[in-house]
Design a protein around this ligand. Sequence first.
Ligand SMILES: [Zn+2]
Length: 498
Amino acid sequence: MVLAVLGALECRSDEVQQPVPHSGEQQQQQHAHYTNGQHNPNFVVHDWESTESDNAVLDRMETVDEMMEFLWNGGSFHGSDIWQKPKPLYLVDDTPSRRVGFLLQFANSIAVETSDGLVVIDTGSFMTSNAIQQQLSAWSPSLPLHTAIWTHGHQDHVWGIDRWEAYNRDLLAGQRRQQHRGDHDMVDETTDTAQASDPDIGLSDSADEKQKLGKVRVVAHRAVLGRFARYRATRGYNTQINARQFEGEPEGIDIPADFRSPDLLYEHELTLTVGSETLHLFHDRGETDDATWVWLPRSRVLATGDFFIWYAPNAGNPQKVQRYAGEWSAALRKMAALKPRALLPGHGVPIVGEERVQQALLNTADYLEIIFNRTIELMNAGKDLDYIIHHVSVPARLSALPYLRPHYDETEFIVRNIWRLYGGWWDLNPAHLKPAPRQALGQELALLAGGYEHLAHLAHAPQYAHMIDVAPVWTNWQLERWSSRPSIRNRAWHSRVT
Ligand SMILES: [Zn+2]
């Protein structure tokens, strides 16, 4: 459990899950979309929540290719851990000397073969990075890891470098040993040609030199350093977030504070040449302020990082730092302009084929842009936050798409995040600028309602059922009165948002 919590720390399972039921009209449109698409005989039209049959179908699938078709045509992996059952690497480019492999994991990894070694984009969480290293090394057994690129500093993307370096040292030492023996056989067998104190691998005793052998170069955007500093500074807070998400007690969660720093940082763009391969790295702000997306021009392959995750963009998460819906949308359009042949996401399965990739990128850009533009328009018109969150919506043609279903986020939360970025924390409600303590307010309300028990009763009365936010608000006041224990607050969070 602890491992599961830590593995998921920043990006996925720790984040808000708020299923939003579709209206009848939305469901009809959704149905029309799915049945108009390339139909998968395994796919049964239903609401976006995955069902037993979805999970069973996914469970039977042995390859990423099968999953790609199933999910593109409307199947859902919500509630199923599709990365739990290891799949063979999906070969995005099988051209000798520039093979590109995609490994489906909790957070995906992408490996590019070059004449100087592997380049791996994202190295996994500390729960998954061992398995990732083993599977990638088995796929390309003669190559060490030369360069790791982190698409951002979330904890499910940045672990395992130590393990790779140990693997590299063993691999390179073995290769040197083999070469040394080969050389040795070619000279007079009575002559000891070893020149170093370690005759097997031809290395000196220097610890530095041994350390250098196999060292991985880690490349990331410069803001990754700030993220790691923040993780160290807010370790307790992040522990609370995880306790809330996983309904555990904070004492049972131990969030690590030591991070491997990148070796090469960049600001806006970076072109990396590793042996025979060229990779273009671009920075834009989206889910994070330290995001990198990667373009492989020869293969025309795009690695999006978490700019694309097979869910509605996680652009307004209530418990997380600032996100950037407007810049995110623009970044997706930049990616689309490159006309990728394949999209490799930070989470979920690849999308292959130029037409599908264009659809995925541009529809997601539209989704964000609609929310962003309307929010800014209403802010400029002087509307307050309450008005805006209830007057911004996304057309069902977008929200019903298989890769834009609400899971970690939804429109209302994204609006709040845009408001925070451009408008600060005050929602323009005078009562919220310097409010009375909630406990005092709750006590007054309870008195007016005829006592706490009556208030509790009212909170669940049928006449208020249509006002979905009334009960939690009242319940919250009762909680303020009855308990301030974190465990109670955490349970309240869960009953509200999951
Ligand atoms: Zn992620």
